[in-house]
Design a protein around this ligand. Structure first.
Ligand SMILES: Cc1cc2nc3c(=O)[nH]c(=O)nc-3n(C[C@H](O)[C@H](O)[C@H](O)COP(=O)(O)OP(=O)(O)OC[C@H]3O[C@@H](n4cnc5c(N)ncnc54)[C@H](O)[C@@H]3O)c2cc1C
Length: 405
């Protein structure tokens, strides 16, 4: 066997390996797993009431059930809980397909939050009793979880939170209000961060798993917002809310580490639905630019339009590659802090800029409500805020570059 043959032989052996599967997920924007879910979503999640639900801020329960029945809420969860136990790259491919095929970006955001934020945190940090109680429902969608960290006065500076968990006989008493909590109005259980000892700063922060039915827990009204209006979102107030010691996730004071770990996954991957949506936005804008004629020419033949759409392609491809790089690193157990921060920035800024270009390219049709183009722009704006605002991602990158804090 020549050296070249040996090399080829090695490649052939490697073609079924996890590393090759990962590479395939990264490089193949037309991956069959992604396209199959996109096709399924176009068929099963196209909902004629979307425009009305977007106006009224209504969550689509039936769509949620279909996503659960398809197994998409259990993509990453262990088979012990009924999940598919996929590595990140394989799971993200299907979530990307969901974003591509489903025009209800808010429904996709709800699903990705359950999989990537709530589900991952519960599986990694919940006690055996907590995971046994909540994970199977998270996987089927019968149970909805929320992740409650932010407060009115503690957003980017998350560890300055004011919600307290005062140790008392056999448990803790929670007091305080969490803000902007995704899925709160429909949630069955909340992962909540509070301080068990304000004098310890971040080392006093502790995580709890609190069922929505707990006395003293009140969920506010669904708050209308600019985009992702079909994902319900509210404040959650704890008033002399007693939880038993078994509600604690991890040790007292471990909350900051749990939050940091959850954020690394969230900033790396939470934009996956928006990256799928950006591909759809680009496809629609290209189709429109090929058929819409002005001055006797398709508008896509004008360099101004063609170059603007080329920029969207660049933004989409960059965001996608950075997200799968972060995924490959995390599934190898390597540090992905830089890759995740870059992924969050590229995904959110690329999606926002791309959706704005799409509005411009569609002209008045982009600006009126009935074609849904402006809805994508509103939906894709929030990514620069949730999961750590862009300024925070840039701080992380600057620190990792060695710039002074
Ligand atoms: C759609 C949506 C869903 C959300 N879902 C949840 C949820 O489920 N659970 C939850 O806990 N929270 C949630 N949030 C809240 C979100 O995490 C916070 O909005 C976010 O962390 C930013 O905090 P803030 O809104 O208080 O903005 P601020 O922290 O006040 O930031 C305002 C601006 O200042 C900049 N800034 C702040 N500090 C710095 C700094 N040190 N350096 C540079 N720039 C800085 C930011 O980049 C931003 O542009 C959600 C928010 C949105 C919009």
């Amino acid at each position: 066997m020549t050296q070249a043959d040996a090399h080829l032989d090695g490649l052939a052996v490697a073609s079924d390996s996890p590393a090759t599967e990962t590479l395939e997920a990264i490089l193949n924007g037309e991956h069959p797993a992604k396209l199959a879910i996109a096709d399924w979503a176009r068929e099963m999640l196209t909902d004629p009431t979307l425009e009305e639900r977007d106006r009224d801020c209504t969550f689509w329960r039936e769509g949620w059930k279909r996503i659960g029945a398809k197994g998409l809420l259990g993509l990453l969860a262990s088979p012990d809980f009924g999940g598919q136990g996929h590595p990140f790259t394989a799971g993200l491919l299907e979530l990307e397909g969901l974003g591509l095929g489903c025009r209800d970006d808010g429904l996709v955001f709800a699903a990705t939050s359950q999989v990537l934020t709530v589900g991952l945190a519960m599986e990694r940090f919940g006690s055996p009793e907590q995971t046994a109680q909540w994970m199977p429902g998270f996987v089927t969608g019968e149970t909805i979880g929320s992740f409650s960290m932010s407060e009115v006065d503690s957003g980017s500076d998350a560890f300055s939170l004011q919600t307290t968990a005062t140790p008392t006989g056999g448990g803790y008493v929670l007091n305080g209000t969490k803000s902007w909590v995704t899925m709160a109005p429909v949630a069955d259980v909340f992962i909540v961060f509070a301080t068990t000892n304000p004098d310890l700063g971040r080392w006093g922060i502790t995580a709890f798993c609190v069922p929505a039915t707990t006395p003293g827990l009140t969920v506010g009204e669904n708050r209308p917002k600019m985009g992702m209006r079909t994902t319900p979102f509210a404040d959650v107030t704890f008033s002399e809310c007693f939880v038993p010691e078994t509600a604690r996730m991890g040790a007292e004071g471990a909350g900051a580490s749990i939050f940091t770990s959850a954020m690394e996954a969230e900033r790396g991957f939470l934009l996956v639905g928006s990256i799928g949506a950006l591909e759809r936005v680009l496809d629609d804008a290209v189709a429109h630019s090929r058929t819409r004629e002005q001055f006797g020419e398709p508008i896509g033949s004008f360099q101004g339009v063609a170059h603007a759409l080329s920029e969207v392609k660049l933004a989409h491809e960059s965001a996608r590659l950075l997200m799968y790089k972060a995924a490959a690193l995390q599934q190898q157990g390597a540090s992905s802090m830089m890759a995740a921060a870059l992924s969050k920035l590229a995904g959110s800024q690329g999606a926002l800029a791309g959706a704005l270009t799409a509005v411009e390219v569609h002209g008045a049709r982009g600006y009126v409500t009935e074609f849904g183009v402006e809805r994508d722009l509103r939906n894709l704006t929030g990514g620069v805020i949730y999961g750590g605002a862009s300024g925070i991602q840039k701080n992380i990158i600057a620190r990792l570059l060695g710039l002074p804090a």
